[in-house]
Design a protein around this ligand. Structure first.
Ligand code: 5AD
Ligand code: SF4
Length: 425
């Protein structure tokens, strides 16, 4: 979502007459697009602001602003701590940036745009030219209020975009050469439930499936409590829907899931995985897992390891619980000691890495259809792309095949990527 938001920000700055640069010293405007989901992400922004302060001292006319969740989370306190900041803008207001920059230039005052959770950022279409694969938000915000999560407070309740609006954008993408759309939202499986059922997620997939030149449809993130049979059936009904699902489990203990207010049990999750693997050939399943949630005992953590062992996720994004003010978990008793949470995280990572590597072994010598997404930034004539089930493949080839679907034979693997040789037709 933040990646998409950054494109919206960039697009508007171009409309204001700015050009992109990688050199901070050359910049006349610096915007940090931020995340508040964990304290660690924020600390990195704070230290970056320390560096930017020095740039501002050398160049008084430099404009500096913070966009995204940190603006909404810390609000005007940011102006007190970082006196040189010119503006703070929450995620729901980034489509006003063009006016905001003008306001700052004219009045030279500090500007804050916060709240406004009704906004859905419509009418800002970031430049899509030359994109093989594009992110497309289909909804904003989240109404789940998982007890650890700050997102509903910062991005507001779930708002689905109109189906027609999304289809129009996919058609534009397709006309401009895009081959893959990635539908994004905090919980895409909730899509349409706030639109009086005038649109459903399966309808949306059906319509996109019929758009010529779009070859692949992906979506992220799904929620186990909303993953219906209707949605699972879409994988086989609509051939362009890729066999990959990101389905956060968070914990392997029913007690912890209930404290987290996740709305499902381990049994529900196991049943979903069984159904998905039975009905969708070669589906890969990725997940998010958190350790160190309040009241997580060694037994609860063992339950998580056992579940990870049983399900054998293709990949897991693992996190140490980070207390966030405003959330219910923040005030819960039995907060886990940091040292213990760190040890659990490390143990989980080591455990999952072995599984991820083992899962990739079975691709050796197979032939995969890969959408060529781009050139490696490190090596010349090295390309990267993805299989339909979301495995990254590296292979040698020239950049004129970027955007094409090619056949690749897999000759090597590690826990993150597959290595291949392109097959000539
Ligand atoms: N601490 C740690 N991880 C968190 N996540 C969300 N909130 C927190 C938090 N307070 C993780 C969840 C979610 C992913 C995007 O980030 O696992 O699925
Ligand atoms: Fe946060 Fe839960 Fe919503 Fe995900 S589903 S954004 S974890 S509240």
């Amino acid at each position: 979502m933040n990646f998409y938001d950054s494109q919206v920000i960039l697009e508007q700055m171009k409309r204001c007459g700015y050009k992109e640069t990688n050199d901070e010293r050359a910049a006349n405007l610096i915007i940090l697009n931020t995340c508040s989901i964990r304290a660690h992400a924020e600390e990195r922004v704070f230290s970056k602001l320390g560096e930017i302060k020095k740039l501002k001292q050398e160049k008084k006319e430099l404009i500096v602003g913070i966009c995204g969740c940190m603006a909404q989370y810390h609000r005007r306190a940011l102006f007190e701590r970082f006196k040189f900041l010119d503006f703070i803008v929450s995620p729901s207001n980034i489509n006003r940036l063009q006016n905001i920059i003008e306001e700052i230039k004219e009045d030279k005052t500090k500007v804050a745009y916060l709240g406004n959770f009704k906004n859905s950022l419509k009418n800002i279409n970031p430049d899509k030219k030359g994109k093989v694969s594009a992110y497309l938000p289909i909804m904003f915000g989240c109404s789940n209020f998982c007890s650890y999560c700050v997102v509903p407070f910062l991005r507001g309740k779930s708002r689905s975009r109109k189906l027609k609006e999304i289809i129009k954008e996919v058609k534009e993408l397709s006309n401009q050469g895009c081959r893959e759309v990635v539908l994004v939202g905090q919980n895409v499986t909730f899509y349409g439930k706030d639109l009086n059922n005038e649109a459903t997620f399966s309808n949306l997939l059906k319509e996109i499936n019929s758009i010529e030149n779009i070859k692949r449809i992906r979506f992220i993130t799904s929620h186990p409590k909303d993953l219906s049979e209707d949605i699972i059936n879409c994988f086989s009904k609509f051939p362009k829907v890729c066999p990959h699902i990101h389905l956060p489990i968070q914990s392997g203990s029913d007690k912890i899931l209930s404290l987290m207010n996740r709305g499902y049990t381990i049994k529900t999750y196991q049943d979903l995985v069984e159904k998905l693997r039975k009905e969708v050939k070669n589906i890969s399943i990725t997940t998010d897992i958190m350790v160190g949630f309040p009241d997580e005992t060694q037994e609860d953590f063992k339950d998580t390891l056992n579940l990870v062992e049983e399900i054998k996720f293709d990949q897991a994004f693992t996190f140490k619980y980070s207390p966030r003010k405003d959330t219910l978990a923040f005030k819960m008793k039995n907060q886990v000691e940091d040292k213990i949470a760190k040890e659990r995280l490390q143990a989980l990572i080591t455990f999952q890495n072995k599984i991820s590597k083992k899962n990739n072994e079975k691709y050796l010598s197979s032939i995969q259809e890969v959408l060529v997404e781009g050139e490696s930034s490190k090596y010349e004539d090295r390309l990267y792309g993805r299989t339909d089930n979301f495995k990254t493949v590296l292979f040698d080839g020239s950049k004129d095949i970027v955007g094409r679907l090619v056949k690749v034979v897999i000759v090597g693997y590690n826990m993150r990527t597959l290595k291949g040789n392109i097959l000539n037709d």
